[in-house]
Design a protein around this ligand. Structure first.
Ligand SMILES: Cc1cc2nc3c(=O)[nH]c(=O)nc-3n(C[C@H](O)[C@H](O)[C@H](O)COP(=O)(O)OP(=O)(O)OC[C@H]3O[C@@H](n4cnc5c(N)ncnc54)[C@H](O)[C@@H]3O)c2cc1C
Length: 306
C-alpha cells in the first residue's frame, strides 16, 4: 500500500527538500560536522539503528562482564549509554534482553534488571498518566518552589553546591547531556530532600538537558527519589559525602568534572571543608550550601507534620 501510495504522489513529495527557506531573523548555515560538535561524549554521538546495534555490540564485548560489579562506579563508567537509543526507539529492549542473555553471566542478568526498571516506569505511567506532573503517592509536601529557593536551585544547576560529587554530576549533565545513574540519584536526593525543593523543578531541568530525556523514566525516577513515587522507603536521604566515598572512592569522577579540586588526591576531594584553613583558601570552590543535618531535619520535620 505504501509503495503504491508513494508512486501516486507527485515527484518530490517524499524526498528531502533541496533547500529550506528560513523565516526572517533566523540565521542559516551549514549543518555542523559531528567532529565540530563539542560536549557529546562517546556512545551518545550517533543516532539510528545501525549505530545503536554497533554501540551495543562494542559495549557487550567491553562492559557487559563487569556491569554487575561496576555499574555504580562513577569514575569507571561502565554502563552501556544505550538510553538515548532506547528512548528514541532505535534499539528494541527485547532484542537487547535476548542478545545479553545469549552472552549469559551475572553482568547480563544485572543489565536485564535495569531494563526492567525502564519497563516498570513505562507501565506505571501508562496506568497513571497524571504521575507525569502530579505526585504518584502524595504526602502533600510543602516543597520549596522555584521562587522561594531560587539561589539554591541556581547553585544546584550550575554545580556550585559545595558538595563535590553533586557538583561533578551536575556538570557532567551540562557538558554531556547525560549523567550516570548514581549521579542522577544523588543529585535528585540533594535537590528534593536536602534542599527540600519541589521534584518538578529538577525533573524539568533534567528534561531540558538530557539526551535520553524521557517522561516515564525521568518523572517517575524523580518521584521515586523524592519519596512521592513507588519507593518502598520514601524517607531515604542519600548523603552526598557517603555516596561520594562509596561510589567514587578514589575521587576520580570529582576531579574529572570539578577541575578546581583536581589537585586534591584520593577521597579527600569529597570533603574540601576539612582541609586546614590556609590550604582550603587555595581552592576556588564554594563552601557547602547547607549543612547536611540541617537539610535532613527540615525534610523529616516537614514529613512528620502529616
Ligand atoms: C532522577 C533520575 C532521572 C532519570 N531520567 C531518565 C530519563 O530521562 N531517561 C532515561 O532513559 N533514564 C532516566 N533515568 C534512569 C537511568 O539513570 C538512565 O536510564 C541510565 O543512567 C542511562 O544510562 P545507561 O544507558 O548507561 O544505563 P545502563 O545502566 O546501561 O542500563 C541499561 C538501560 O536500562 C534502563 N535503565 C537503567 N536504569 C534505569 C532506571 N533507574 N529507570 C529506568 N530505566 C533504567 C535504561 O533504558 C538504560 O539505558 C533517570 C534516573 C534518575 C534517578
Amino acid at each position: 500500500y505504501f509503495r503504491r501510495w508513494s508512486q501516486e504522489q507527485p515527484r518530490g513529495v517524499l524526498g528531502a527538500p533541496r533547500s529550506v527557506r528560513v523565516p526572517a531573523g533566523v540565521g542559516s548555515g551549514r549543518v555542523p560536522a559531528r567532529a565540530d560538535v563539542s560536549g557529546v561524549s562517546a556512545g551518545l554521538a550517533e543516532g539510528g539503528e545501525t549505530a545503536g546495534r554497533k554501540r551495543f555490540a562494542d559495549w557487550k564485548r567491553a562492559g557487559l562482564a563487569t556491569y554487575d560489579s561496576g555499574h555504580d562506579d562513577l569514575a569507571g563508567d561502565v554502563t552501556s549509554r544505550l538510553s538515548p537509543h532506547l528512548h528514541f526507539g532505535t534499539l528494541s529492549p527485547t532484542e537487547l534482553v535476548a542478545r545479553a542473555r545469549r552472552s549469559g553471566g551475572s553482568g547480563a542478568e544485572a543489565f536485564v534488571r535495569q531494563l526492567c526498571w525502564r519497563d516498570f516506569h513505562h507501565q506505571v505511567l501508562a496506568a497513571r498518566p497524571g504521575a507525569a506532573s502530579a505526585d504518584y503517592r502524595t504526602k502533600h509536601d510543602r516543597w520549596r518552589s522555584a521562587e522561594s529557593a531560587g539561589e539554591e536551585i541556581e547553585a544546584w544547576k550550575a554545580g556550585r553546591t559545595g558538595y563535590p560529587v553533586v557538583d561533578a554530576a551536575m556538570r557532567q549533565l551540562r557538558h554531556e547531556g547525560w549523567m550516570h545513574n548514581r549521579g542522577r540519584l544523588l543529585t535528585a536526593s540533594f535537590l528534593t530532600k536536602t534542599l527540600y525543593v519541589d521534584w518538578r523543578v529538577g525533573a524539568r531541568y533534567f528534561l531540558e538537558l538530557l539526551v535520553d530525556g524521557d517522561i516515564a523514566n525521568n518523572q517517575l525516577n524523580w518521584q521515586w527519589m523524592a519519596g512521592t513515587g513507588t519507593d518502598s522507603r520514601p524517607n531515604r536521604v542519600l548523603n552526598p559525602v557517603t555516596q561520594g566515598r562509596r561510589y567514587d572512592p578514589q575521587g576520580g569522577y570529582v576531579r574529572r568534572w570539578v577541575p578546581e579540586l583536581s589537585a586534591l588526591a584520593g577521597a579527600a576531594v569529597h570533603e574540601p571543608w576539612k582541609l586546614p584553613k590556609a590550604e582550603r583558601a587555595r581552592y576556588d570552590y564554594p563552601d557547602p550550601l547547607v549543612e547536611l543535618a540541617e537539610g535532613r531535619d527540615r525534610f523529616l520535620r516537614a514529613r512528620d507534620k502529616d
